[in-house]
Design a protein around this ligand. Structure first.
Ligand SMILES: NC(=O)c1ccc[n+]([C@@H]2O[C@H](COP(=O)([O-])OP(=O)(O)OC[C@H]3O[C@@H](n4cnc5c(N)ncnc54)[C@H](OP(=O)(O)O)[C@@H]3O)[C@@H](O)[C@H]2O)c1
Length: 246
């Protein structure tokens, strides 16, 4: 069913990983979809072509979400291409895990710039340009409930995202726009797998109820609910999609 027919969606960081899965789903549900990338133009173009082959509508737009002017450009180019914005998925993010003594200023600034500043100012653009009854989905992490060593900066960025998701719900409410966060547990993408041993990954599987790592589609299923009409009464919330990890 094309439940998103006539809608326009921006999915940040959607050339790969969870973002790509979400962009595919939203396009398959009928939304005109913007695939945003920062460093992977080829993967973004491949994703657009695949959506078009399935009969959907998508374009790829470059924007580094750590930069205000590029966030503004992402919205202005979307408006130029599709005329409006109904759905914003603030998926772009990065994680640099180090014990406290080893964290550099650059590690700190880079994670806060994309995960916090990028998400916040994309929400600001949505406040200026999003249609009434739109949908915003931000990205947190279930690591906030596990408190693993070496995740302090990353968890700090997502704590900020969860808090301003709660705060902004009442600013978006008068327009009928909902804003929620999804907090995945470990998901099978480069962000989670790169730098981990098989043994570490096996250990992570044992921390949830089902004994496996999440797949991007597990998260996309939750996002599909949050962008649908069925979620109108849900706003300012964080949904922990983690198989019982916390
Ligand atoms: N995987 C997990 O276990 C997990 C768990 C909890 C939460 N999350 C959250 O879920 C979201 C997606 O993660 P993922 O696992 O799919 O990560 P991923 O596979 O590493 O993909 C990250 C995406 O973010 C984009 N990105 C990074 N820096 C960017 C920037 N400056 N501007 C625009 N886009 C940028 C990347 O784009 P390019 O490739 O074009 O650079 C890429 O598409 C993140 O917010 C992450 O924190 C993931």
């Amino acid at each position: 069913m094309n439940i998103l027919e006539g809608k326009v969606a921006i999915v940040t960081g959607s050339s790969r990983g969870i973002g790509l899965s979400i962009a595919n789903r939203l396009a398959d549900l009928g939304a005109k979809t913007v695939i945003n990338y920062s460093s992977n133009p080829d993967k973004a173009s491949e994703a657009v072509e695949a959506i078009k082959r399935r009969g959907g509508t998508a374009i790829a737009l470059h924007a580094d979400l750590s930069r205000m002017e590029e966030i503004e450009k992402l919205f202005s180019e979307t408006l130029a291409a599709f005329g409006k914005v109904d759905i914003l998925i603030n998926n772009a993010g990065l994680m640099i895990n180090k014990p406290l003594a080893e964290v550099t200023e650059a590690d700190f600034d880079k994670q806060f710039a994309v995960n916090v500043k990028g998400t916040f100012f994309a929400c600001q653009q949505a406040m200026k340009h999003m249609e009434n009854n739109g949908r915003i989905v931000n990205f947190s992490t279930s690591v906030l409930g596990q408190m693993f060593p070496a995740y302090s900066v990353y968890a700090g960025t997502k704590g900020a995202v969860e808090q301003f998701t709660r705060q902004l719900a009442k600013e978006f409410g008068p327009k009928g726009i909902t804003i929620n966060a999804v907090a995945p547990g470990p998901v099978n993408t480069e962000l989670f797998t790169v730098g981990k041993t098989e043994q570490q990954i096996e250990g992570m599987k044992k921390l949830n109820a089902f004994g496996r790592i999440g797949e991007p589609e597990d998260i996309t299923d939750v996002v599909e609910f949050l962008v649908s009409e069925k979620s109108q009464w849900v706003t300012g919330q964080t949904l922990r999609a983690n198989g019982g990890f916390i």
